[in-house]
Design a protein around this ligand. Structure first.
Ligand code: AMP
Ligand code: GLY
Length: 427
């Protein structure tokens, strides 16, 4: 099988790493990839947003299966284009991807399907939205409709904060057309959990659950990021709770999309919050999570290529997913200043030292090769994953490796995985 992974981050390195272990994958390519994917696959210098370029390349190179990492190529219609020319692709169509790319679509869809989610209102008029704030209880949440690089959501504790958020989104148009409409919704409280599932459009099978740490600094302080680290399985998850999420969220979503003529092939990622009155869906994503993938795939015991192929061929029901009983963790090492301004191009040392550590795998996120050296090239630079019989063991292994890796201005959280002990049942 000749497989192409589209993207350039830690998630794509983890996908390539897992696919490399499949005896069925003869040739593996990543476009455009990074210095880490370069060691497990062949990097192809085509950007993830260059849909024409990728289509032409995949056709010319007789690719049997393409796996799309980020949401942006899906929003640009990569799955539709590949489908038109007969190239099998794991990832939803542009219309089905609206479950992530439009918060308005997603919220209205959840309401219509009876999927538990926070109460909300949609506005496209700034004055009406501002007036609505007068009669709302606080805190509440203001969300730009479209993709805003993870910055379009504001949890507002007082009215002024919400007015400011509306101003930024609707009037200043900081996120462009993504701010034509907004969702204003009830603020929920509870632990968050990422529930990712494989879907072939009919059958939907959840993966091991995980918990992201989105704030930049220890103790959940500081600005929101793409994710500073993760652990799996999520400590509060029980088979009963996962079954409830499957019945009330995942299956209705896949069924609802299919009934709207949008068969959903790919990863359906439900961002859930466990409230005192039960699980509620905060959002859907149309792809693997990052860094969730870096803790989930090390625990997968079924051949990933088989699972992805079964999804694309509409026979996921034939598969059984097998998971390790271990726990895993991923600590992200970022460039100082991330998620705001940061510098890149700094050499990274210590990677050789940790390469042979057992039960540890460093996934590259923002790295590049420069004059034969691996240098920093992004906000999130590396994801250090480790696993073990207990979460404590996994955490110790990960931080032991993190301690040996160095680059200028590096920054990481010291408390990844601790949520499991302080707020959950722990391991
Ligand atoms: P989203 O992009 O919708 O996942 O929002 C990003 C983050 O904002 C989530 O991971 C939550 O931490 C927070 N958030 C979003 N919606 C709500 C809500 N209704 N109540 C509380 N927190 C929320
Ligand atoms: N880690 C959050 C996400 O992938 O959206």
């Amino acid at each position: 099988m000749r497989v192409l992974v589209v993207g350039a981050g830690g998630r794509e390195h983890a996908l390539a790493w897992a696919l490399r272990r499949s005896p069925r994958v003869e040739e593996l390519f990543v476009a455009p990839g990074n210095a880490g994917t370069d060691s497990v696959a062949v990097n192809v210098p085509i950007k993830a947003s260059d849909i024409d370029g990728l289509t032409e390349w995949a056709r010319g190179n007789e690719i049997d299966l393409t796996v799309v990492g980020p949401e942006s190529p899906l929003a640009l219609g990569i799955a539709d284009r590949f489908g038109e020319v007969g190239l099998p692709v794991f990832g939803p169509s542009r219309e089905a991807a609206r479950i992530e790319t439009s918060k308005v679509f997603s919220k209205v869809f959840m309401q219509e399907e009876g999927i538990p989610t926070a109460d909300f209102e949609v506005f496209q008029d700034f004055d009406k939205a501002t007036a609505y704030l007068q009669k709302c209880p606080f805190p509440l949440v203001v969300k730009a409709d479209g993709l805003a690089g993870g910055k379009g959501v504001s949890v507002c504790h007082v009215r002024q904060e919400a007015e400011d958020a509306l101003q930024v989104i609707m009037e200043d148009r900081v996120f462009g057309d993504a701010g034509t409409r907004v969702v204003i919704e009830e603020c929920l409280t509870g632990q968050e959990v990422s529930v990712l599932a494989f879907s072939d459009g009919q059958t939907v099978m959840p993966m091991v659950t995980s918990q992201d740490h989105k704030a930049a600094y220890d103790g959940d302080k500081g600005p929101n990021t793409g994710g500073m680290g993760c652990y799996a399985p999520m400590s509060l998850m029980t088979p009963e709770l996962l079954d409830e999420i499957q019945r009330r969220v995942l299956q209705p979503a896949v069924d609802g999309l299919r009934l709207r003529g949008l068969p959903y092939v790919g990863v359906l990622y439900a961002g859930m919050i466990l409230t005192p009155t039960g699980p509620q869906a905060l959002e859907f994503n149309c792809r693997f999570g990052d860094p969730e993938t870096q803790v989930i795939l090390p625990l997968l015991r079924t051949d990933l290529a088989d699972v992805l192929e079964a999804c694309v061929e509409g026979r996921l029901h034939e598969m059984t997913l097998r998971w390790s009983k271990e726990a895993s963790v991923c600590v992200v090492i970022a460039s100082g200043g991330y998620p705001k301004n940061y510098r890149t191009g700094y050499p990274i040392s210590g990677l050789d030292e940790v390469a042979d550590l057992p039960d540890v795998q460093v996934f590259h996120a923002g790295t590049a090769l420069k004059d034969g050296m691996i240098v920093t090239a992004g906000g999130r630079v590396l994801g250090v994953s480790a696993w073990g019989d207990t979460l404590t063991q996994a955490i110790n292994r990960a931080y032991c490796a993190v301690g040996r890796i160095r680059f200028r201005d590096q920054h990481f959280r010291h408390d990844i995985g601790q949520k499991a002990f302080t707020e959950g049942v722990g391991m």
